[in-house]
Design a binder for this molecule. Structure first.
Ligand SMILES: *Cc1c(COP(=O)(O)O)cnc(C)c1O
Length: 396
């Protein structure tokens, strides 16, 4: 990382400057290297690269300058020593589990994690003799009670989706380390612009770069950030061998996305705050879930742990599913999609989409009501977002 990584730099300076090692062409913008392989000046140099005696490019499954540019930049922003970019957020989680776990190991995960993450733990890792216990994100005693001698990894997202529960990362990392276990935080919703889990004690940060790191809904990608031993060696080793690699084109989109990340995350949070406060005043709305609201049960902790509240919010409309669907169907600006992390505001009905595969009992336990609507607030004019929601609410 050399001359470009300077701890004195502020967040956006690092986001704009870190990781570009200018070539002899003197380019100002970061170049894309669309090449599968690299050539060596001699057989001896090839041998030294392959043996690891000499750093340098070999083959783009595991060494590409554009991908490395993104990795160095994101590592700096998260405050981690190493970053490994992956083809998707799910392959980041998969590579982390494959790199750090073996048969007989045990995971404790928050109940409220991305659906495919739950699926990976329950359907696939179990085949290799790795078991997962699920606990409530906020119930520190439940995490502790679930601890076994074989527990190697604790996994969570905060704020949670869709109800925006907030975990105490510091307390959970202390619990993890007291039991010789690693804390992995999926930092997709906050990004390092709003929350830096490694600085709060977490061992590994996971990203779906698909969301806010890109920020404009263009590419699928992911990343793992942490120290040399866990990420630089163990996770990188899995990537090198098994190959769920980020393409140089996607890496370029993501690294350009990082340049505006801080700006965008504050703008997302500002819009979401305005929409959340407005929703709380609407008579058709029963309850609003958003960490930026004083009414949020963990508002104080969220504001201490995060630099802003983020852009995900949910609300219960009176009248259950028919009412929720009416609000969704009345929108003309918002996009009806379960995706998030885009300049475009998205709206979805969790009970019948993202959480549709849960049994009714599981849904009740998770607090996902039939009247619940989730919004990922984008960067449109906030009056237009409010007016779009008002159209549906007024028709109830
Ligand atoms: C989308 C998402 C993932 C999975 O990422 P992909 O890039 O879709 O593979 C993981 N965690 C969270 C919180 C997500 O929102």
């Amino acid at each position: 990382m050399g001359e470009w990584k300077d701890e004195e730099w502020g967040f956006s300076t690092q986001a704009i400057r870190v990781g570009h090692h200018r070539t002899s062409e003197g380019e100002h913008g970061e170049p894309i290297f669309p090449t599968s392989s690299f050539v060596f000046r001699s057989a001896a140099e090839a041998a030294a690269r392959f043996s690891g005696d000499e750093p340098g490019n070999i083959y783009s499954r595991f060494t590409n300058p554009t991908v490395r540019n993104f990795e160095e930049r994101l590592a700096a922003l998260e405050g981690g020593a190493c970053c490994v970019a992956t083809a998707s957020g799910m392959s980041a989680i998969m590579a982390t589990c494959t790199g750090l776990l073996q048969t007989g190991d045990h995971i404790i995960s928050s109940h409220s994690v991305f659906g495919s993450t739950t699926m990976l733990f329950n359907k696939y890792l179990t085949r290799f003799g790795i078991e997962t216990s699920f606990v409530d994100l906020n119930d520190l005693q439940a995490w502790e009670a679930a601890m076994r001698p074989q527990t190697k990894l604790m996994f969570l997202e905060t704020p949670s989706n869709p109800l925006t529960d907030v975990a105490d990362i510091t307390a959970l990392s202390e619990l993890a380390h007291a039991h010789d276990c690693l804390l992995v935080v999926d930092n997709c919703f906050c990004t390092p612009a709003l929350q830096q889990p490694l600085k709060l004690g977490a061992d590994i940060v996971i990203h779906s770069a698909t969301k806010y790191l890109d920020g404009q809904g263009r590419c699928v990608g992911g990343a793992v950030v942490g120290n040399q031993e866990l990420v630089g060696d163990a996770v990188f080793g899995v990537l090198r061998t098994t190959g769920p690699t980020m393409s140089p084109f996607n890496a370029w989109v993501f690294l350009k996305g990082l340049e505006t990340l801080e700006l965008r995350m504050y703008a997302h949070s500002r819009n979401a705050q305005i929409v959340a406060e407005w929703l709380e005043q609407q008579p058709q709305v029963e309850r609003v879930y958003f960490p930026g609201l004083v009414s949020h049960p963990q508002h104080a902790m969220a504001m201490k742990q995060q630099r802003a509240a983020g852009s995900i919010l949910s609300f219960d409309v009176k009248g259950g599913q028919p009412a929720a669907w009416m609000v969704i169907d009345a929108t003309r600006v918002l996009s009806i999609t379960a995706n998030l992390g885009d300049t475009k505001t998205t709206i979805t009905h969790p009970a019948t989409t993202t959480h549709g595969r849960l049994t009714p009992e599981e849904r009740v336990q998770a607090g996902i009501g039939q009247g619940l609507v989730r919004i990922a607030v984008g960067l449109e004019n906030v009056e237009d977002i409010k007016n779009d929601l008002a159209r549906g609410l007024d028709s109830l």
